[in-house]
Ligand binder design. Structure first.
Ligand code: HEM
Length: 427
């Protein structure tokens, strides 16, 4: 009998019919048909975002890849033609924490990125592995005896926040405060609302104090091997990192590494639970102790339903042509990673989840000089989180019909609000 949780194999997305309505709740639940239409009929498409800002959406894979690496497209929001007033454009709030990697261009970008990239090589991230295992296992221990759980709130959400806190060297006793601030930021989707502004302010104060404390520790010869201590050491050795830049760096690592990872784990679990045959094969390979199929599967989960839908703001510094479309200086350009990664001109049967997909140069972590610096950590967290859950709770099943689940309506990230599951208690 057919598994009720299984979604049927998709027909290729049809690009027929009238222009789709963007940014509705229906679109949030399944944006892929709209993206198929845009790729076909308006691959570089001017639209009005819910915030009222006009921006170009880039949906074809070759254009997306080009735009992500095009030096004429700046990450600095100062280039936005109409940046007066509140636009909802990232980078306009809490200005002093915003001079970070995702808002700057070379040469400042080159200098700051060099400083932090030391912490993110696969080798250094591997040394972090035991800690990720410990956090993951502790979280699963917390609900394994209950027979049911919401895997967003009890698992996907806390895991990356504790991991990043450890990475930055936030002491254990402060990590729950961090979790609360981050929770507020994620719940309000980064909009310019009171709760978010307060959380950002608290986090800024906390980070400034933490940096002072770590600098003092280093001065007295104690200092840890966490990332903030590394950044302070580097700046004390003439690499010119201001205290504000250090705080902004800590903030962007938290901000860029948190909700993304929540959604990779959440969307990934959802895809696995709704594709039982492929999930069973993955579970079998895990039971045999193989790790390569897991790594390939996580790349496919990033492509198929990645966490970053279009959080890739850029601003034209000069008039330019992209995908045959003229773009004026000052115009915002949004590369729609979720659309590019389903482009049939690059991916074979792109609407099909294929956990064994080999030819998979997805753009889920971006491309070019802003390529995700946290990718090795994100891969480690997702691989361990998914494999630990599937191993310890092998009969994990979705406890809601797919159309009962709610997706966050944000523009930036794609992710579920809840993921209710049931399972037999651990054997
Ligand atoms: C940049 C995705 C996890 C830190 C990016 C970009 C993407 C991305 C698409 C490029 C944005 C652009 O070009 O406009 C993801 C995904 C993740 C993830 C899908 C998880 C599944 C992390 C983690 C960290 C992190 C865990 C750090 C702890 C950063 C930073 C940048 C970045 C600092 C800016 C790099 C630069 O501008 O040079 N990420 N990310 N990310 N990511 Fe990630």
């Amino acid at each position: 009998p057919a598994d009720p949780a299984a979604v049927p194999e998709p027909a290729p997305q049809s690009a027929e019919g009238p222009a789709p309505e963007l940014f509705t709740w229906e679109f949030a639940a399944d944006p892929y048909p709209a993206y198929a239409w845009l790729r076909e009929h308006a691959p570089v498409h001017r639209t009005t975002l819910p915030s009222g800002v006009e921006a170009w959406l880039v949906t074809r894979y070759p254009d997306a890849r080009q735009a992500l690496a095009d030096a004429r497209l700046s990450k600095n929001p100062g280039h936005h033609g109409r940046s007066s007033g509140r636009t909802g454009i990232p980078g306009e709030r809490g200005a002093d924490l915003m001079t970070h990697l995702l808002n700057i261009d070379p040469p400042d970008h080159t200098r700051l990125r060099r400083l932090v990239s030391k912490a993110f090589t696969p080798r250094t991230v591997a040394t972090f592995e035991p800690r990720v295992r410990e956090i993951t296992d502790r979280l699963i221990d917390g609900f394994a005896g209950n027979g049911s759980a919401d895997l967003i709130h009890e698992f996907a959400f806390p895991l990356p926040i504790y991991a990043i806190c450890d990475l930055l060297g936030v002491p254990a006793e402060d990590q729950d405060d961090f979790r609360d601030w981050a929770g507020l930021m994620i719940r309000h989707g980064g909009g310019p609302r009171g709760g978010v502004a307060r959380s950002v302010k608290k986090m800024r104060g906390y980070l400034a104090e933490l940096i002072h404390r770590k600098r003092a520790d280093l001065g007295s010869g104690q200092g840890g091997d966490d990332l903030i201590s590394e950044l302070i050491r580097a700046s004390d050795h003439g690499e010119h990192l201001t205290e504000n830049e250090a705080a902004a760096m800590a903030f962007i690592l938290l901000f860029a590494g948190f909700e993304t990872t929540v959604n990779l784990i959440g969307n990934g679990l959802y895809a696995l639970l709704t594709h039982p045959a492929q999930r069973a094969r993955l579970q079998e390979s895990l039971a045999r102790g193989e790790t390569a199929p897991l790594a390939t599967a996580v790349e496919e989960l990033l492509r198929y339903d990645g966490p970053v839908e279009l959080a890739t703001w850029r601003y034209a510094t000069t008039p330019l042509t992209l995908g045959g479309q003229e773009i004026a200086a000052g115009d915002p350009v949004l590369v729609v990673l979720a659309a590019a990664d389903r482009d049939p001109s690059r991916f074979d049967r792109p609407d099909l989840l294929d956990l064994d997909r080999r030819d998979n140069p997805h753009l889920g972590f971006g491309h070019g000089i802003h390529y995700c610096i946290g990718a090795p950590l994100a891969r480690l967290e997702a691989q361990y989180a998914l494999s630990a859950l599937l191993r310890r709770l092998p009969d994990l099943a979705l406890a809601a019909a797919p159309d009962e689940l709610r997706w966050r309506g944000g523009l930036i990230m794609r992710g579920l609000r809840q993921l209710p599951v049931t399972f037999s208690q651990e054997g």
